[in-house]
Design a binder for this molecule. Sequence first.
Ligand code: ADP
Ligand code: MG
Length: 253
Amino acid sequence: MSAGFIVTGTDTGVGKTIFAAGLTAALCGRYWKPIQAGLDGETDGEVVRRLTADSDVEILNEIYRLKQLMSPHLAAARDGVEIDLARLTLPQARKVPVLAAVAPQEAAAERSNIVALKPRGRSGLTAVPGNGTATATTRPLVIEGAGGALVPLTRQALQIDVFDSWALPVVIVARTSLGTINHSLLTIEALRRRNIMIQGVAFVGDANPEVEDDIANFGRVRRLGRLPWIQPLDEPTLKRTFDLSFRMEDFQQ
Ligand SMILES: Nc1ncnc2c1ncn2[C@@H]1O[C@H](COP(=O)(O)OP(=O)(O)O)[C@@H](O)[C@H]1O
Ligand SMILES: [Mg+2]
């Protein structure tokens, strides 16, 4: 299991926050939205908090809370600040009791064979089988980006540059409606160009299997599943729908 995932989208408003809430709950993870642009109404962190209220998760504080609903570099300028990339380092992993920290299907396997932490390539720390004496692991981090991958954070840097420095696999959240093939393949190309690992594409919306296939085939990416429109959009319904829509094995390798 990776130390976490970056959730990006093919666009703003595609369903990243709802997907990230479902994923955070499924992983018993930590949700982090480092840059929140737009403070009118519920923030993304507040939506995730509401949709995971009864789940074993943590919601981390944002680094930047910008008033305007705009691209981060512009929202920051309106607030008279410049985003300092050095402040966007990954939050420290914190150990928590292992049975609370792992996904349910892993819990049984790890119950008697508890884990130690060791570095693993680009993904940072990961839990590995130990000799049964340790009692803690870390919660996977679920990072929600602002808008899409090529959104500017400053006049010099795009969000994708920060994704690269975080070295975590990316989940692309994509619509299933008209226009998504182009947006999805462009996002995949941009990530590939920078050698950023792509975990797969998570679709949101009505079923459109041919289009989902085309994206997976042309983009050579894993199709993680599709979150349908959920009604009512509350925690139990999201949890149930997420479990039916995604296989956790796809997030474990
Ligand atoms: N699976 C879903 N079922 C119902 N409504 C959804 C779903 N996914 C997203 N929405 C709604 O669509 C809007 C945009 O979703 P959101 O997750 O905030 O997008 P993003 O984070 O990509 O900007 C929100 O009003 C959200 O409640
Ligand atoms: Mg969002």
